[in-house]
Design a protein around this ligand. Structure first.
Ligand code: XMP
Length: 513
């Protein structure tokens, strides 16, 4: 495996994913992990990520300098390169101008051996820069491998240690040959074979689940989302009849969602499925509440209560399976060697396992979302389920702005179904990451036939994103937007206006509440 030490880079996960694309297992660890602990983990290579700090600032995050002497190849990216240079006798300074964006990078040295970071590349490549500081002087033990017009040390290599650095970001798609550079590092320089396969991983996890569970029973909440479906599919493969799934219909699901989940799931897996119809309970506790956090809190609370009641009915239930993904593990600080928590992610069922006294099973905690989707396909889940857009735990409640009522949900559900139908008909469902309708808490004046109307407004939201941490609004074709608008206004009673949300995240978020 390869480890990435995270210095607060927004791209650390992207680095890990790019490495995994080489079929090499990759883990993100805290930046200050001791060289001794790293040696125990015995990775084949270490990547130092970028980060927002300056190496010459007080309190700037640093790595253990001993790690450069472990004999394990190290690649420093941006801030990581500056750290490596500083630790090994170079100088870092504020660049005369901040550099952000494309640059043309001239490769000065091809060794053509196993240690060639730029093997297979032309002498000039496009790269993506994003930095304020840069290395201004390298020690005698380093040689320069590449330069740009503003950055004399765009890539460097230590003469006797296997320590490399690059000022640009090979992990972003704006560095088109970045994948090849990282492949050269992990395959040639670190000597990874590239034999990490998702199918082997799945098989090993299934064996592990069998051992852990023995003859006990596992319960698994099913939401219709890809994560919980893949968890259930994996458990079904591992322990079949010892699995019970629970689907709580809180009245906040999308059109036909309950029957879709039941059909798609039970068609593929003959698992024990309990469906709890809890619409009345949820809508009663949401009555009169318009503050978004309070809405979420109440939904979370009701969810726990429902789940508890249902789980108590299931004999011998000892384990609870959850669809926690690798980004959740990293972000929540749950891994003792992992980086410190940065942004707290949403949790559907806060505190549930503890309160219920279950042991947890989290078979996806080493995987990224795209890997989970691939795993779902390998496990035989239908494409329609595997490629569904994410849907938040609090469901339509956070898209029905202000107070949630049954009548408003009817309007929102109908509008949302049209948005999805049209985006699918245009063949763009897979090209957008998340697309949905939002019911705004405003009325506006319109004219229909010859009559004045004073009705609701729907906002359509569609975003493209890799990781849902940042997102851009989707450039949907005008014709498609026109069809969506016309259909919603004609077919959904109570709507006379449709807007398209053209905000990116940040500063907006994907959901409106
Ligand atoms: P935001 O709105 O924060 O959303 O940009 C990022 C992603 O998370 C989803 N989301 C949630 N998922 N429980 C969830 O399981 C939640 O409370 C929640 N809130 C937002 C959102 O749909 C998007 O995919």
């Amino acid at each position: 495996r390869i480890v990435v030490l995270d210095f607060g880079s927004q791209y650390a996960q992207l680095i890990a994913r790019r490495v995994r694309e080489q079929n090499v297992y990759c883990q993100i660890l805290r930046h200050d992990l001791s060289a001794q602990r790293i040696a125990e983990l015995a990775p084949k290579g270490i990547i130092l990520s970028g980060g927002p700090s300056s190496v010459y600032e007080d309190g700037a995050p640093r790595c253990d300098p001993e790690l450069f002497k472990l004999g394990i190849p190290v690649l420093g990216i941006c801030y990581g390169m500056q750290l490596a240079c500083e630790a090994l006798g170079g100088k870092v300074a504020n660049a005369t101008s901040r550099e952000y964006g494309h640059a043309s990078c001239e490769i000065l040295e091809h060794s053509n051996g196993d240690d060639d970071l730029f093997a297979g590349l032309e002498d000039s490549i496009d790269v993506w820069m994003s930095h304020g500081d840069q290395v201004s002087q390298i020690s005698e033990q380093f040689s320069t491998l590449a330069q740009t017009s503003t950055c004399p040390f765009a890539a460097i290599k230590h003469d006797s240690l296997a320590v490399y650095g690059m000022q640009f970001h090979p992990e972003v798609t704006h560095t088109p040959q970045g994948g090849q550079i990282l492949a050269n590092f992990v395959r040639n320089i670190c000597g990874c074979e590239g034999s990490w396969q998702l199918s082997d991983f799945a098989e090993a996890s299934i064996q592990k689940i069998r051992q852990q569970v023995g003859s006990k029973r596992v319960i698994c909440g099913l939401s219709g989302g890809v994560d919980s479906s893949v968890v259930a599919a994996m458990l079904y493969k591992a322990i079949g009849p010892q699995l019970t799934c629970i689907l709580i219909d809180n009245g906040l699901l999308r059109k036909n969602e309950q029957s879709l989940v039941i059909d798609e799931f039970t068609n593929h897996f003959k698992t024990d499925l309990h469906v709890v119809n809890a619409e009345d309970k949820f809508l009663a506790s949401l009555a009169g509440i318009s503050e978004p956090q309070e809405k979420r809190r109440r939904i979370g609370h009701d969810f726990i209560e429902c789940f508890k009641t249902e789980a108590n009915e299931i004999e011998d239930a000892h384990f609870l399976a959850q669809g926690t993904l690798y980004p959740d593990v990293i972000e929540s600080g749950a891994d003792p060697d992992g980086p410190a928590a940065t942004i707290k992610l949403h949790h559907n069922v806060g505190g549930l396992p503890d309160e219920l006294g279950f042991e947890l099973i989290e078979p996806l905690r080493d995987l990224f979302k795209d890997e989970v989707r691939r795993l779902g396909l390998e496990l035989g889940l239908p494409e329609s389920l595997v490629w569904r857009h994410p849907f938040p735990g609090p469901g339509l409640a956070v898209r029905c702005l202000g107070e949630v009522t049954k009548d408003k949900l009817v309007v929102l559900r109908a509008a949302d179904a049209i948005v999805i139908e049209e985006i699918e008909a245009a063949g763009l469902y897979r090209d957008t990451s998340q697309t949905f309708a939002v019911l705004l808490p405003v009325q506006s004046v319109g004219v229909m036939g010859d009559a004045r109307t004073y009705d609701n407004a729907i906002a359509v939201r569609s975003v493209n994103t890799d990781d849902f941490m940042t997102a851009d609004w989707s450039r949907l074709p005008y014709d498609l937007l026109a069809r969506i608008s016309t259909r919603i206004i004609n077919e959904v009673q109570g709507v006379n206006r449709v807007c398209y949300d053209i905000s990116s995240k940040p500063p907006a978020t994907i959901e409106w509440e």
